[in-house]
Design a protein around this ligand. Sequence first.
Ligand code: ATP
Ligand code: MG
Length: 649
Amino acid sequence: MPNDLTPPSDAFAKSAHIDAETYEKMYAASVADPEAFWAEHGQRVDWIKPFTVVRSTSFAPGNIDIKWFEDGTLNVAANCIDRHLATRADQTAIIWEPDDPNDAAKHITYAELHRETCKMANILEDMGVRKGDRVVIYLPMIPEAAYAMLACARIGAIHSIVFAGFSPDALGARINGCDAKVLITADYAPRGGRQTPLKSNADAALLNVLHDCKVLVVRRTGGQITWMEGRDHDYAELRLEADDHTPAAEMAAEDPLFILYTSGSTGQPKGVVHTTGGYLVYASMTHAYTFDYHDGDIFWCTADVGWVTGHSYIVYGPLANGATTLMFEGVPTYPDAGRFWAVCEKHKVNQFYTAPTAIRALMGQGDEFVTKYDLSDLKLLGSVGEPINPEAWNWYNTVVGGGRCPIVDTWWQTETGGHLITPLPGAIATKPGSATKPFFGVQPVVLDAHSGTEITSTEAEGVLCLKDSWPGQMRTVWGDHERFEKTYFSDYKGYYFSGDGCRRDADGYYWITGRVDDVINVSGHRMGTAEVESALVAHAKVAEAAVVGYPHQIKGQGIYAYVTLMNGVEPSDDLRKELESWVRTEIGPIAKPDLIQWAPGLPKTRSGKIMRRILRKIAENDYGALGDTSTLADPSVVDNLIENRANKG
Ligand code: ATP
Ligand code: MG
């Protein structure tokens, strides 16, 4: 893997919140005396009743118990809106960019955000929602999604957002899973020029919901929908009469703020529970420092609010910091592959945060789509969701960032609430493909996968765990604390187990090597998937690659590579041989793929992550047991791969 260090420019480092020296000092303090550190940084949010206990956290078997700031009280919506009104009432809180570039964007001020959130909160109260009740949100990326989240927070209801691309089955399961009192949805969700019929999906989902669940319907397109009197409520109509001064409820720090299901890359999604105080402190602090956000900057995270990235870095983190956050309804390739950069130019975006899947897709479309736009306002670029292949990192850095913008490769999970391992851009020199160093208070450890013992040498390779709690940590799995303990605390006792593998290099930098379940063991050599995939992607004719192990008579496991070629490149036996020897020279003979299958598309979650567990089943010839595929973006990809499996028979 490339090891070249890219330090921040002098100009960037000078104006950054955190420089190298400050990082070292603050990090050391954060692990030497976490109580004192978080007592201080807990003050970045406004408390109604200040906390006196910083934390009580236990990773002990049989007693997994995580509490932060537990005797403090606060309200998240008041922190994200009301406390800014004195100084920022007329500042834009949310810039909304619609799916169709010919439609008008919206600029929503903090005063407007306050009004709309209060109205939505009042509507929910009138529909019978009380503190602690659950509300499922199934909306397009429209401002009402943010109003709905903040309205729940305002009255102390717990929201559970379901991505608008999910099927009625997935939606129904999530409504039942938390006994939701209200479902907030829209008529249709425009995306990439097409429309998903959200209301009719919701109607279908509710056929399988036996408890009483009311529906609040936002009219996004005005298209035709069916209506069930008594159950369905019209948002536009109720909004006219709703009170625009709904009081913010006093919540305990450990009251749940939201439930959110993980992406389902590795199995059945888990209902992750985040609470009020610690989550907000952590989301806002990581937003400010990782992105080096300064007052007046325009911040754009391209995720959907249906993912944790959208919770922490479109809504809660930025708004708690009084930022201007951009919310985009569309997709990167509509009307063409230049949309991201058109939006960056149009709204003068300063920090841009997206996923490797988008970067890889856009990289294959040609640089003209980027270079025709003025991206001079960009100061920083971010990546999240999967390991970013060095090839994609370099393209992002030079073509998008003009070599001027630090890249923050942020490693974290739905479970962690916010970034755990990431460069702080003014402090830490980056290496393409490495998430670099831990955030304040985060203590990563590398364990030997078999013995479970901590590898204390600087250079290490193994399983990535966390030694101690941080305020943004999830508290439980909704309704199933046992599953929480079993999933995260039972394989390696006394640690939080991330499920990811990693390597720590001689400089103490962390490299995520992929999921532990995906590690391939070739003739006794353990290999992460990321390294082989990155080597393949580095070849000029390869757009994307996914690598899994399959049973091999001699080696134990062989390497099976699914390869998507660049637009216009034809597969051939010569190219297959070329790729084999390419990987052999890039990494070594041990990493040479045994089988290569040409894959027009790869199975991905709706959030764009490659689902290797399905690819492994196909490679193993075990189609009967594909597991939970409900979060798959395009199931037809799987049929195609099964049909064209590399070593049939
Ligand atoms: P499930 O837990 O249901 O299998 P998931 O793990 O994909 O789904 P998320 O919480 O959305 O659900 O994703 C977190 C995972 O994404 C991490 O554990 C890691 O594998 C991967 N990931 C996120 N950011 C990075 C990054 N910067 N580098 C490498 N991997 C990353
Ligand atoms: Mg996971």
